[in-house]
Design a protein around this ligand. Structure first.
Ligand SMILES: [Zn+2]
Ligand SMILES: [Zn+2]
Ligand SMILES: [Zn+2]
Ligand SMILES: [Zn+2]
Ligand SMILES: [Zn+2]
Length: 300
């Protein structure tokens, strides 16, 4: 997969230096803006893959459906039946988004501050977690912060949709690993309708996670490993693609240098204070980028 590079901070600094003097270097604005745009497009594309289970072919960009996706998204609260809205910022969420945001940038469960440390995650407020224990806890907690505003929200219960989900689950979406006929998910097992293959659902899922998943493009015939694709996209993955999506939508509509500067500034403001999100767009680590964005914020 060929991804757009991250934007160099030196170019962004030059933009702000000029803006401070009331100048707009439109060549530089265009360069930085389109670089950010390319990166945003990649971030949004990767987010789509995790949302929809459709992977763009690295050769021709046609969308390829992951075969095992239904196994993940139904159990993980990933379908549109499971959308809900943050009561504070009203952003649309999946419970999975709340978990993934913390998986990427661990935050304190109490005060939402970004946690520091490698093996032990420490918070300014005094709380500390062993990294493994923290991630285990993210998986099982029923209260997690909203990835957009940080409000603690309760895992939603979908009483009315539970049946829908169950019916959906038992729909013939899988192949029997032995004979490739249709297999069903019934009573905690996967059962083949043709050869009689039967296995505990949980074991089956686990084995799929471990096994290489080969994807083949129906339009160009290219075949590749999902695991390799996922690895190549790792630095683009976020539970909060909102700022990237907004930029993609608005940037091409900017007609003047001033409008372009405003749009770039909007994106950077959105990244400011979101810790691990900024290094997806800009070269550098969270701390260096935050320092730079702090400086810009105090300029205005
Ligand atoms: Zn499905
Ligand atoms: Zn804390
Ligand atoms: Zn929120
Ligand atoms: Zn079979
Ligand atoms: Zn293709």
């Amino acid at each position: 997969m060929k991804w757009s590079p991250r934007v160099k901070p030196i170019k962004i600094r030059r933009l702000y230096r000029a803006a401070r003097l009331g100048l707009h270097d439109d060549d530089l604005l265009q360069t930085v803006g389109w670089e950010l745009y390319g990166r945003c497009a990649d971030i949004a594309a990767v987010a789509d893959v995790y949302r929809d289970g459709l992977v763009p072919c690295p050769q021709c960009s046609a969308k390829i459906k992951r075969r095992i996706d239904p196994l993940f998204h139904t159990s993980d609260g990933g379908t549109h039946e499971n959308w809900f809205h943050c009561p504070d910022c009203t952003q649309r969420l999946l419970w999975r988004d709340c978990r993934e945001a913390l998986r990427e940038s661990p935050r304190c469960f109490d005060c939402y501050t970004l946690l520091d440390g490698a093996e032990e995650l420490r918070c300014r407020c005094g709380k500390a977690w062993d990294r493994k224990a923290y991630h285990r806890s993210v998986r099982t907690r029923v209260r997690l912060p909203c990835p957009h505003c940080g409000l603690m929200i309760r895992k939603p219960v979908f009483e009315t949709t539970r049946q829908v989900v169950r019916r959906h689950r038992s729909r013939p979406e899988m192949e029997c690993p032995k004979c490739q006929a249709t297999a069903l998910h019934v009573h905690g097992n996967i059962e083949c309708t043709s050869c009689g293959y039967k296995r505990r659902w949980r074991d089956y899922r686990k084995s799929l996670k471990k096994r290489d998943e080969r994807l083949e493009c129906a339009s160009c015939g290219y075949s590749f490993r999902w695991q390799a694709w996922r690895k190549s996209a790792r630095s683009l993955r976020t539970g909060n693609p909102g700022p990237a999506r907004e930029f993609i939508e608005r940037w091409p509509k900017c007609r003047t240098a001033k409008a372009r500067m405003i749009q770039i500034d909007r994106l950077l403001q959105a990244l400011h204070g979101r810790g691990a999100l900024a290094p997806l767009f800009i070269v550098g680590n969270a701390r260096n980028i935050r320092q730079m964005l702090d400086e810009f914020a105090s300029q205005v």
